[in-house]
Design a protein around this ligand. Structure first.
Ligand code: GLC
Length: 574
């Protein structure tokens, strides 16, 4: 940030750590999650303390001060439970055990305690749609054979065809191929089929079974008792399947990010489950500053359907995938912002905003055109737009470093099951594959693994590009023009400025073609955000004093007119 930008009296990181609530505005007092910036840690790829090339809890723990100084409010950890890793930990064999590759339960407890000491909250991932095929329930159900009540915890069905050789229906797996796998009976003969919306190693649970509901009640309490501040609910929209498991009648049904109406997604029955879970969360207190929360990963056809998960007796937040899926263009962005805010208002839940996560192409590359410098401008502009919107925002590890998607990973290092399952099918190729956003973070040094692990020439489970030396935390720290310093500054301004954070509306301002301009107002204070989504500079009337710019430089002004550079966002104090 340069001296051209207006100074704002920002609290230091130390002050905030000591008294996180003290820096909060009135909105924050109504619930910490309403304006929280939540940072997603992907444990495999964040920091590796034991040098085996795989990130771990001790690594995350050692880097918590970095997250505190970055200025986020909470950390969401993708799964670190006992798992054969058929889907990078989203195939859980034991939800009460930390996988040895990540550490142990004492590490998890220590991590939560340290985070709380730094004023950070911890959200853990819960995976209720399916378990690992190594989960004791599934092993036992297979052993006991057809007719066993233990099979009732899953979706086992006889096959169709003369010898049951065809799947029970036409559902397809999100990772490719049929959503059914045939089992072998204990006597070795071909047996029933079981449903798996994802990989065959991830059998779907049957939520009509009381044992399933009971087990998850107990699991929620287990992690809440350990101090978790909330849950990110994996595939929250998938738990209930339409009665009779009806055929869909077409191919290519599924895309992970799809919005289609399907008999296994977004069924009305899921809401009863979340009302039940909400009662459990509320048992742990309803003080807005310490409340335990849940955020739904719910792919639904519309934002209005997403809002149903957020009724006052259900969950607290849901990812806004409609926003994530919107192209970098003023019209569509304005529209999705309006629709998002409008649909959350009736249920009183905060809107959320997200640009990247572990399942999608990093936004720098997704919005970009292949010119690294120009793409970075756009990514930084997108981030400042997101952080100016009312509600809560999700960051994905590494976006604060301006990391691009890695698009040239060799086939043999890839671990995304979708990649393997797509081989030899029409879906084969790099598109939609998820290893490229999961490459371990660069922390320091000139050569890989760039401080990801303790040894200078140690391993990393996916190779890091040579250009990442200049993107490391160390390389960017203290460089006012770096993306990391932009994020730090933006989060500090967002936390301190009364007009930013929670809210349920923006005031749109007139703007030239391709430009988004809106005002956010708090008592006695307002902030204008202007976003040029076009590839050329745009002139507009100066709306105030420039406070923060995605380019790092205050816009050039000529009297009452200011020039917004191509693909840039400016926050103005008024
Ligand atoms: C969610 C996760 C994704 C995982 C899938 C199956 O979409 O974000 O990574 O593969 O669920 O659990």
């Amino acid at each position: 940030m340069t001296q051209h930008l207006a100074a704002l009296n920002l609290p230091s990181a130390e002050t905030e750590a000591a008294a996180p609530a003290a820096v909060a505005g009135a909105a924050r007092r109504s619930g910490w999650w309403r304006d929280a910036v939540i940072y997603q840690v992907y444990p495999r790829s964040f920091a590796d303390a034991n040098g085996d090339g795989m990130g771990d809890l001790a690594g995350i723990r050692s880097r918590l001060p970095y997250l505190r100084d970055l200025g986020v409010d909470a950390v969401w950890l993708s799964p670190f439970y006992s798992s054969p890793q058929a889907d990078a930990g989203y195939d859980v064999a034991d939800y009460r055990v930390v996988d040895p590759m990540f550490g142990d339960l004492a590490d998890a407890e220590g991590l939560i305690a340290d985070a709380h000491g730094l004023g950070l909250r911890i959200i853990v991932d819960i995976v209720p749609n399916h378990v690992s095929d190594q989960h004791p329930w599934f092993r036992q159900a297979l052993r006991e054979g057809p007719g066993s009540p233990l099979r009732g915890r899953f979706h086992f069905r006889p096959g169709q065809g003369a010898d049951g050789e065809l799947p029970p229906n036409d559902w397809e797996s999100i990772f490719g191929g049929p959503a059914w796998t045939r089992t072998e009976n204990p006597d070795g003969t071909p047996g029933e089929w079981y449903l798996h919306l994802f990989a065959p190693q991830q059998p779907d649970l049957n939520w009509d079974s009381p044992a399933v509901a009971d087990e998850f009640r107990s699991l929620l309490r287990f992690w809440l008792d350990l101090g978790a501040d909330g849950f990110r609910i994996d595939v929250a929209h998938g738990l209930v399947k339409a009665a009779g498991l009806p055929d869909i009648g077409m191919h290519d049904q599924l895309r992970l990010l799809g919005n289609d109406v399907l008999p296994f997604f977004d069924q009305d029955g899921v809401h009863e489950i979340y009302r039940d879970w909400r009662r459990i969360l509320d048992e742990y207190g309803t003080d807005p500053q310490t409340r335990r929360i849940a955020v739904a990963e719910a792919w639904t056809p519309t934002v209005e359907r997403t809002a149903l998960y957020l009724r006052p007796d259900e969950l607290h937040q849901a990812f806004n995938f409609q926003y994530l899926g919107t192209e970098w263009a003023a019209g569509p962005l304005r529209e999705v912002i309006d629709v998002s805010l409008d649909s959350m208002r009736p249920v009183g839940a905060p809107a959320t905003w997200v640009l990247s996560n572990h399942d999608v192409v990093r936004h720098l590359t997704r919005f970009g055109k292949g010119d690294r410098e120009q793409d970075l401008h756009r990514a930084r502009a997108a981030t400042l737009l997101m952080l100016a919107l009312p509600g809560s925002a999700y960051l994905y590890q590494g976006e604060e470093l301006g990391l691009p998607e890695v698009t040239d990973l060799p086939d043999e290092v890839r671990q995304d099951p979708a990649f393997t399952r797509a081989r030899g099918t029409a879906a084969e190729g790099q598109e939609g594959m998820r290893d490229g956003c999961r490459v371990p973070l660069p922390w320091s040094g000139a050569t890989a693994p760039y401080g990801f692990g303790p040894a200078a020439d140690g391993p990393s489970w996916l190779p890091q590009p040579a250009e990442w030396a200049k993107l490391s935390v160390e390389a960017q720290t203290g460089d006012a023009s770096s993306t990391l310093e932009l994020y730090r500054r933006a989060l500090a301004v967002r936390r301190a400025h009364p007009a930013l954070g929670a809210g349920d509306a923006v005031e749109w301002l007139d703007a030239p073609e391709g430009v988004i301009a809106f005002r956010r107002t708090a008592v006695g204070d307002s902030l204008v955000c202007t976003v040029n989504t076009t590839g050329a500079p745009v002139t507009l009337p100066v709306p105030g004093v420039p406070l923060l710019s995605s380019t790092g430089e205050a816009p050039a002004a000529d009297g009452a007119q200011a020039v917004l550079l191509a693909d840039s966002t400016v926050w103005w104090s008024c």
